[in-house]
Design a protein around this ligand. Structure first.
Ligand code: SAM
Length: 202
């Protein structure tokens, strides 16, 4: 395992090199479609996609057009995104980094991520909450997809709504009603549902 991955649960770079990536969706996440249609993802706004892997949202959001910054530990995944952007004739800023320790020069209007929080070791979740809070402007949106999973261990690590309320406290985040989250079953990963909802940074 490379030094870059010491803080990670698995060797992501090797997974991309081996093309062993069962978390990937072939097309735009239905939640992303709903948030574009609902105006939570707006043309012109700055959006961050942490742990982007080879997800199609980087190109799709850049084409809206949004100002996209996408980051991943994996050089191979980021190189793939560079080629996908070039092939589509759109642009985004791509970063290879342990993104939990990165901070932007300018805050973001929105953060979109899928299967990233559930992929990092739970002991790093406090760092994740601090990072996304620092990245967003006050009033900015965390477009959350919380992976639901009962079994222990991972990745993916389960992100129950109770655990997420503890991680994203009311003093720092405005929550939707729990009943307003939408369940999106994953097409692989045994159909585990992700609960999609929008948290606003105070
Ligand atoms: C389960 S994959 C999800 C990839 C992508 N979001 C998708 O849905 O296809 C988790 C991703 O997070 C990346 N990752 C894990 N820890 C990271 C970290 N600390 N900083 C940046 N990327 C990280 C991995 O390289 C991998 O691409």
């Amino acid at each position: 395992m490379s030094a870059d991955n010491e803080r990670s649960a698995m060797d992501w770079e090797q997974r991309f090199r081996d093309d062993t990536t069962p978390w990937e969706r072939a097309s735009l996440h239905p939640a992303a479609r709903d948030w574009i249609d609902g105006g939570q993802l707006k043309p012109g706004e700055r959006v961050m996609i942490p742990g982007c892997g080879r997800s199609p949202e980087v190109v799709e959001f850049a084409a809206l057009p949004m100002q996209v910054v996408a980051a991943d530990l994996s050089q191979t995944a980021i190189a793939w995104q560079g080629e996908a952007l070039a092939a589509s004739g759109v642009t985004a800023e791509l970063i290879v980094a342990d993104i939990l320790q990165w901070r932007p020069a300018e805050p973001f209007d929105a953060i979109y991520e899928q299967t990233f929080l559930c992929a990092i070791p739970p002991r790093l979740r406090g760092e994740y909450e601090q990072a996304v809070h620092d990245w967003l402007r006050p009033g900015g949106a965390l477009l959350a997809l919380f992976m639901q999973k009962e079994e222990r261990g991972g990745p993916p690590y389960g992100c129950s709504i109770e655990a997420m309320h503890e991680l994203f406290p009311q003093e720092r985040w405005i929550w939707p009603a729990d009943a307003d989250f939408t369940a999106y079953p994953h097409p692989s990963l045994n159909g585990k549902p992700e609960l999609g909802g929008v948290l606003i940074r105070r």
